[in-house]
Design a protein around this ligand. Structure first.
Ligand code: FE2
Ligand code: FE2
Ligand code: FE2
Length: 511
């Protein structure tokens, strides 16, 4: 790991400035202590947790990855941090604006690689030196975690043609890669510790490898410009003043956000995004789709996910199936978040009760929690009716199928059969229903557990006056359960019975 450069009272020395102009990048600069970066990471991850299932106009991912500083105070604060501005001033002068800022996160053990490219290719700003990117590491950026690789001196090139390539070593990217061969020996690995930054010129050739580490690679890229920069393709462009004044007024000034995802800021974000998409589409060759253009302009990672070319499974190649497998693994990582979203969607289903299906689910989980039940029980209680949307005639089996690889057998069995046990409470009121349907399970090892489950948590949870814990409270528990190794024998533990009630734990958790 390279030693941080020593700054001159927080500013770049003349030698460091020369190095930047000669090589097209500079690193590592220690901007803040690692503990402070760790704290920022915690704040970001709290937002990721709390807002994932929130009803935002666009997916949370979009706001993290495009113009985060417009809607997230955390991002705006970091982008205007005086310690970063002190170094950037050495490159761009005293008047600084933020053109865009975004979090780039590579999840652990993922295969996304990014081909070599130049940032300025699709920004509409031309081949200007009146911009610089500061990339802040909030977790270790190492060769293993997929740090950026820069090519020394490559910023002296004009904007190079970028091609659709399909490198054999790069299964995921057929997207924009610079049409110039770059050897591995030409690359400098930009390894950064949390709290360190690198600076790079928008013409510098760069890419990055996969994250094969066990930690997330979290970076925050801030694109600074000075008042000499001009948008050459779009009719208008936007910037946030970070320091000094905008002496040219060529950009629409945007304010820093006061609160997270405020309505006004979300509208502003939408406006910026649509203006840029429109403009960028004009300036591009016809074979580049709008989506592609937007992705390239706003996402230094470039397009990483592509499509296979076969239309029948039997025609697929090894590379294509390897690509699909990697894509699938990536997809499974987000199961918990999709389930949380499905719970929110339950809110609209099945009216007529005093509380919604989501309310019933959260209330069941709250009662399980307050009974002192363990994680498997709480998550099973929360999801026991998730099948209501798509499988009204066997919703219990549907929910149990989702849970089965990730919770104790005892819990998935109870969820699987809870429909039969619930009949006790209403079967006698309806024709064709068997109130004693549970009797067919009599003698089963978990029979009594299901009796308790239904009596205490399920049939009791239709009370609008009961004080439910919010869904957000349970979200980390859902993530923990669905992050487990599927079918782990240490989790499934066939035959093992954990109590639904534990009075000591319940006392600790009481309201
Ligand atoms: Fe980039
Ligand atoms: Fe149910
Ligand atoms: Fe239920």
């Amino acid at each position: 790991m390279p030693q941080p450069l020593s700054l001159d009272n927080g500013h770049l020395t003349d030698a460091q400035k020369n190095q930047y102009w000669n090589e097209g990048f500079l690193f590592p600069l220690q901007i803040m202590p690692p503990e402070e970066a760790a704290n920022l990471r915690t704040q970001l991850e709290r937002i990721e947790r709390d807002w994932l299932a929130a009803d935002l106009p666009k997916p949370l991912m979009t706001y993290k990855r495009n113009h985060a500083h417009i809607v997230m105070p955390l991002a705006a604060k970091l982008a205007t941090d005086p310690r970063i501005l002190d170094t950037v001033e050495g490159i761009l002068g005293p008047d600084l604006m933020i053109w865009s800022a975004e979090f780039f996160i590579k999840e652990p053990q993922t295969k996304h690689v990014v081909g070599m490219h130049q940032d300025l290719t699709y920004w509409g700003l031309g081949e200007t030196s009146d911009q610089v990117t500061a990339w802040v590491a909030l977790s270790p950026a190492t060769i293993d975690s997929g740090c950026m690789d820069f090519v020394k001196g490559s910023h002296k090139n004009p904007i190079m043609p970028h091609n659709d390539t399909f490198a054999e070593t790069n299964l995921l990217s057929r997207g924009q890669e610079i049409a110039v061969a770059v050897n591995d020996e030409e690359k400098t690995h930009i390894e950064l510790q949390p709290g360190q930054i690198s600076l790079h010129h928008g013409l510098t050739f760069h890419g990055s490898g996969p994250n094969v580490s066990n930690d997330r690679r979290i970076g925050f890229a801030i694109r600074y410009i000075n008042p000499n920069a001009r948008q050459k393709v779009a009719d208008r462009d936007y910037a946030m003043i970070a320091r000094g004044t905008d002496t040219a007024d060529a950009f629409v000034h945007v304010p820093t956000p006061d609160s997270l995802f405020a309505t006004e800021a979300l509208a502003r974000h939408h406006e910026i995004q649509s203006e840029q998409t429109k403009a960028l589409a004009q300036g591009l060759s016809k074979d580049v789709s709008l989506y592609q253009a937007y992705a390239d302009a706003n996402d230094y990672e470039g397009p990483t996910v592509d499509k296979v070319s076969f239309t029948q499974m039997k025609d697929g190649t090894k590379e294509e199936y390897e690509f699909l497998t990697a894509h699938e693994i990536d997809h499974t990582k987000h199961t918990a978040d999709r389930l949380l979203q499905a719970l929110v969607d339950l809110d609209e289903g099945l009216s007529g009760y005093q509380i919604t299906r989501l309310g019933h689910s959260v209330q069941s989980a709250t009662r399980a929690y307050r009974d002192g039940a363990d994680l498997d029980w709480i998550v099973s209680a929360l999801l026991h009716d998730i099948g209501d949307i798509y499988a009204p005639y066997n919703h219990d089996e549907y929910a149990a199928t989702i849970l089965k690889p990730f919770v104790r057998e005892q819990c998935s069995w109870v969820v699987h059969t809870h429909g039969d046990f619930q009949m006790l409470y209403y079967g006698h009121h309806l024709d064709g229903f068997d109130q004693n349907k549970r009797e067919r399970h009599r003698g089963h090892a978990y029979f009594e557990d299901n009796e308790v489950f239904c009596e205490r948590w399920d049939q009791a949870s239709f009370d609008p006056e009961y004080k439910d814990l919010p869904l957000e409270f349970f979200a980390p528990m859902v993530r923990e359960v669905f992050d487990r190794t599927p079918y782990d024998p240490d989790v499934i533990r066939p035959g093992a019975r954990e109590p639904l009630q534990n009075t000591d734990i319940a006392a600790d958790r009481s309201e």
